[in-house]
Design a binder for this molecule. Structure first.
Ligand code: MG
Length: 408
């Protein structure tokens, strides 16, 4: 299925979804009704001419149909008002489309009507404008002004004289493809042809505009959905699903960036590696749901112990890495002690069980000008953690002997 087929399918889906529940059976019928209503919606036509008889003629040609038994009256009147064309046999009553006709005998009033229609967002589709009008603006000036108010209106210049310079007028009233000429005396059929053709074009453009707007709405909606999905994917790719802390890769990325900053600023940096003591016993004794609850509560307590710009990540089953930028040995050790107390001092209410756990912590700090990377700093903290476990757990150990990397 192509992209456009998909989008068009979605337009249909949206239309279907907009129907109340239980009315799906009537969707086709209501859509047909809507399309029919749209297709018979009168097209707004403005006629500007100083001669009353000409305005009457437009009214007869484009006005609402007379009852069938009066058709002969309409034809007779129209034929009398035009030059020649007697007994032409042309039916002058329009069948479709119908027009919403506005007649006007001078340019100033016409401009006011165009302005009002534009303000109501119901612009005229077509304007037939006579050139020679004795009162007020002439037809060309009127058309020029109308173009500045309603750029989409299709203008037909109507004149009985041959002294017009179409090229000059096109320059005054662009675009050329929305400006036409009609010579007087015109045949009623010409008016019908102009009105019919221009009205079909107007409706096609309107439909295209509506479809474009619907497509834009769909694209905007899809873009928002994709952005949301991308954010969710990004979150799941960087966070631990249980504790919602950063996962191993993400917290090591943070550490890498902080070490880059440390190299520029020469401010100390500390890391703490913490590991819950005998956590396997919790899982074995109480089951994994209790173990998971202990891990979640541990994560919450760790976050309570650090500054907003520190980072806490879960890097293994019950192992956590805390990155402390601009934090020296004393401060790093103080944070570790705060964590040790926060975890061990109060039992954890885990799935109805009261669980007591403790944590062992290893601290490593790099000071200004020390050549380190994330591996050497974490390895140093790991050694300290190993020592804390070895010395009986629920302890903090500090490792000041980092394996410095080469300056190369
Ligand atoms: Mg005139």
């Amino acid at each position: 299925m192509s992209f456009f087929t998909k989008v068009l399918t979605e337009i249909t889906d949206i239309n279907l979804r907009s129907e109340p529940p239980g009315k799906n059976a009537h969707n086709d019928e209501s859509e047909r009704k809507n399309m029919t209503e749209q297709s018979v919606e009168p097209v707004k036509v403005l006629v500007v001419d100083d001669e009353e008889v000409i305005l009457d003629l437009y009214s007869q040609i484009l006005g609402p149909p007379l009852p069938a038994n009066n058709d002969h009256l309409r034809t007779d009147e129209s034929q009398n008002a035009t030059a020649g064309e007697k007994n032409s046999g042309i039916a002058l009553v329009p069948e479709a489309p119908a027009y919403d006709l506005t007649l006007c005998d001078n340019g100033n009033d016409a401009i006011a009507m165009v302005r009002q229609a534009r303000a109501e967002d119901q612009p005229f589709a077509i304007a037939f404008i006579d050139v020679r009008m004795p009162y007020g603006l002439d037809g060309i000036s009127t058309a020029e002004k109308i173009r500045t108010i309603a750029e989409s209106t299709q203008i037909v210049i109507v004149t009985g004289f041959n002294d017009l310079d179409p090229t000059a007028i096109e320059r005054r009233i662009p675009p050329a493809n929305r400006l036409l000429y009609l010579q007087k005396p015109f045949h009623p059929f010409e008016i019908r042809q102009f009105a019919s053709t221009l009205s079909a074009r107007w409706k096609a453009e309107k439909m295209m505009h509506t479809m474009n707007r619907d497509l834009e709405l769909i694209v905007e909606k899809r873009t928002r959905q994709l952005q949301k999905a991308y954010k969710q994917l990004e979150y799941h790719a960087t966070h631990d699903f249980l504790t919602e802390l950063l996962n191993r890769r993400a917290v090591l990325d943070v550490l890498k960036k902080e070490i880059s900053r440390f190299r520029r600023t020469d401010q100390p940096i500390s890391v703490i590696l913490g590991d819950l003591d005998h956590f396997k016993d919790v899982n074995d004794t109480y089951g994994h749901s209790v173990g998971d609850a202990v891990l979640e509560e541990t994560a919450a307590r760790l976050l309570d112990c650090v500054r907003p710009y520190d980072t806490v990540g879960r890097i293994g089953g019950e192992e956590f890495l805390i990155v402390l930028p601009e934090c020296d040995t004393a401060d790093g050790t103080a944070v570790a002690e705060r964590i040790r107390i926060a975890i061990g001092q109060a039992e954890i209410d885990a799935a109805g069980k009261k669980i007591c756990v403790t944590i062992s912590l290893g601290v490593a700090t790099a000071s200004a000008h020390q050549m380190i990377n994330q591996d050497s700093l974490v390895a140093a903290a790991d050694k300290a953690l190993y020592q804390a476990k070895k010395e009986g757990r629920n302890k903090i150990k500090l490792n000041t002997k980092i394996n410095f990397i080469s300056a190369a």
